[in-house]
Design a protein around this ligand. Sequence first.
Ligand code: PLP
Length: 338
Amino acid sequence: MENLEWSKLPFGYFKTDYNVRCYYRNGSWGKLEVSSSEMIHVHMAATCLHYGQEAFEGMKAYRGADGKVRLFRWEENAKRMQRSSQGILMAEVPSELFKEAVVKTVQLNERFVPPHGTGAALYIRPLLMGTGVQVGVKPADEYLFMVFVGPVGPYFKEGFNPVTMQVVKDMDRAAPQGTGHIKVGGNYAGSLKALARAQEEGYASAIFLDAKEKKYIDECGPANFFGIKDNTYITPKSNSILPSITNMSLMTLAEHLGMKVERRPVSLEEIESFEEVGACGTAAVISPIKKIVDRETGKVFEYCKDGKAGPISTKLYKKLQSIQYGDESDVFIWTTII
Ligand SMILES: Cc1ncc(COP(=O)(O)O)c(C=O)c1O
């Protein structure tokens, strides 16, 4: 891919050479098939189109300075997709099949894995959908699991530079006992309107609160929220947020760096006392937040007074990235060379 300007890539769809597919029929998974088509053939009465039987994952492959390609904690993505299946009654993709499909798709598209040092990575999108036909509200008996990939740059155009976010109270992404804790398409449909409005109003993302009391922070669009205060890494605990693999890793790193870690409800009022705040997820790793505005009351919370990310967020970001890219020894055994 000689002509690609890797360091200028946006976060978006990019056509590559191949994707892989596997069908679940008559109670079992078939063989992986390789395809060079970007299209899928789906029955008009498939449950994914009517009843939202669809789940996906988001992960990345990173090229190291040694030229090797690494996956980051793929087992956690496999497990999360299995929890998504359990949540909306879909066939589960066994971890070994998940790994085989991901590895194969990355290997087949190796020329699209960005070179080390460009800040870009190969985004991997595993996808599971109900393809069986139903007209009554019932789960399908046939499923399609597929994986496609594409090189991406940072999720927010700011990269590791601080962004602004808007707290919304008039819209929710997920119900308190709904599906917020799994990665199913319906949650994202529910968040589109609030995210689009936040962007129109000049913010990088919306921050959702708990749907019941509108008192506690849930998450920041497609990323978890964290704050730093008194050498403590604090992140919300809630049934309606997606357990982020990045956040889980940052909690381990924070502890390793001698910080305390607290996972508990975080009220909107409390964030005033935080020294640093950020959003975390695979796409951006960490997006430092410089300003949060409560859309309803107009209250403003400000951080990064010098315009730069705080010292602890920076340290955590660098540490995690250097493990992901293989620049640092993988003491937690988080990466898999493929
Ligand atoms: C709603 C939501 N929260 C959080 C995350 C971050 O999760 P992870 O760190 O596993 O990418 C994502 C992205 O997958 C997401 O879609």
